[in-house]
Design a protein around this ligand. Structure first.
Ligand code: GLA
Length: 393
């Protein structure tokens, strides 16, 4: 018997007996990077858009910068066939062919569903069809599933009226159920929980198989919403690590609602948070500035640092905040953020972050080494902007 068949033969009876299967430890070892259709295309996304995104990820250099997942969000679903297997709708004529195309570019394909009968946009969800859907995704060659609570919240309320605790148990069970269905396919599929952070998902997301979990309601393309989400991720660092990440939602970089300084803040803050970096813009029509922000390799290296530690706020003075993230090799990333509408000078004192006066400083947006004097570094940070430093010994 081949090694694979031996493994399957060993695992299958356990799966059928409902024994929890183990997750692939290499899945999401660093925060997932890629693209998702929702923020720009929403319900209009189709096969051609996804292929164009895959093409652009490669030609723009984004794939080589680490953006690997091409994720279709809501509105791809059609009807179920007579046996109950889900079919894509007319916007996606052949999902297997699309997956083959995406894979041929060295990329991976993600898809979207939810535990309820309907998704948030009113398309078919996986309720009562979890195993079938997981099998279908595996058959198509899907590598990532975003599983969005949506209408399951109504099922929870109907089945356990006024019993919040029971509702939360039902929610966890629904996620665990799909996780087991995914594992039983034998295909490594990143499992992304989307239930808006309810019931402190960061404390139990791993136990239901989540590789990442949304910590908030939806982002939109405004500085106010992005900053409100990003700067409120305080205290969640301890829950993130290789294979399991906090997800403050997808990127809006390049969608047009913020200035480049604001988008640099978005990219820097998400990297310090070790957040998934899922671009949400139209990759086939990017300005050079957008591309430069998305592919800043020194900032991406902070997000993707193999230590896998999420950062947190270290200091706040008025509307300026310094956030730090431990990096491998004893280094530290420091984001000097200015949330005000006018420029402010911000000072980073090396001893306050555990470094000596001899620490090496590098500005990750200007790509230049900079120097502290008398153990501190003072810099003017533009309105809604950031100066991002790497501090090493
Ligand atoms: C919810 C999610 C979004 C997106 C939409 C799709 O609002 O939070 O990220 O997936 O559903 O309908």
């Amino acid at each position: 018997m081949s090694l694979f068949r031996t493994a399957v033969a060993a695992i299958l009876p356990l799966a059928l007996a409902g024994v929890a299967l183990a997750q692939d430890p290499t899945l999401a070892a660093t925060p997932p990077m890629g693209w998702n259709s929702w923020n720009h295309f929403a319900g209009r996304v189709n096969d051609a858009d996804v292929r164009a995104a895959a093409d652009a990820i490669v030609s723009s250099g984004m794939r080589d910068a680490g953006y690997i997942y091409v994720n279709i969000d809501d509105t791809w679903q059609g009807e179920r066939d007579a046996q109950g297997f889900i079919q894509p709708n007319s916007k996606f004529p052949d999902m297997k062919a699309l997956a083959d195309y995406v894979h041929s570019k060295g990329l991976k394909l993600g898809i979207y569903s939810g535990p309820g009968p309907k998704t948030c946009a009113g398309f078919a969800g996986s309720y009562g069809h979890e195993e079938q859907d997981a099998q279908t995704y595996a058959k198509w060659g899907i590598d990532y599933l975003k599983y969005d609570l949506c209408s399951y919240a109504q099922i929870m309320r109907q089945q356990a009226p006024h019993d919040r605790q029971k509702q939360m148990e039902m929610m966890k069970d629904a996620y665990a159920k799909m996780h087991q269905a995914l594992l039983a396919t034998g295909r490594p599929i990143v499992f992304s929980l989307c239930q808006y952070g309810w019931d402190d998902v960061w404390t139990w997301g791993t136990s239901v198989g989540g590789n990442l979990w949304r910590t908030t309601d939806d982002i939109n393309d405004t500085y106010e919403r992005m900053a409100d989400i990003g700067f409120n991720q305080l205290g969640l660092a301890q829950y993130a690590g290789p294979g399991h990440w906090n997800d403050p939602d997808m990127l809006e970089v390049g969608n047009g609602g913020m200035s480049d300084d604001e988008y640099k803040t978005h990219m820097s803050l998400w990297s310090i948070l070790a957040a998934p970096l899922l671009a949400g813009n139209d990759l086939s029509k990017m300005t050079p500035e957008t591309l430069a922000i998305l592919t800043n390799k020194e900032v991406i290296a902070v997000d993707q640092d193999p230590l896998g530690k999420q950062g947190d706020r270290a200091f706040a003075v008025g509307l300026t905040e310094i956030w730090t993230k431990p990096l491998s090799g004893g280094a530290l990333a420091a984001g000097l953020f200015n949330r005000d509408t006018e420029a402010h000078s911000v000072t980073l004192k090396l001893k306050d972050i555990g470094f000596s006066n001899h620490a090496k400083l590098r500005d990750l947006w200007t790509h230049q080494d900079v120097t502290a004097s008398d153990g501190s570094y003072t810099v003017t940070v533009p309105p809604h902007g950031v100066v991002m430093l790497k501090v090493s010994r």
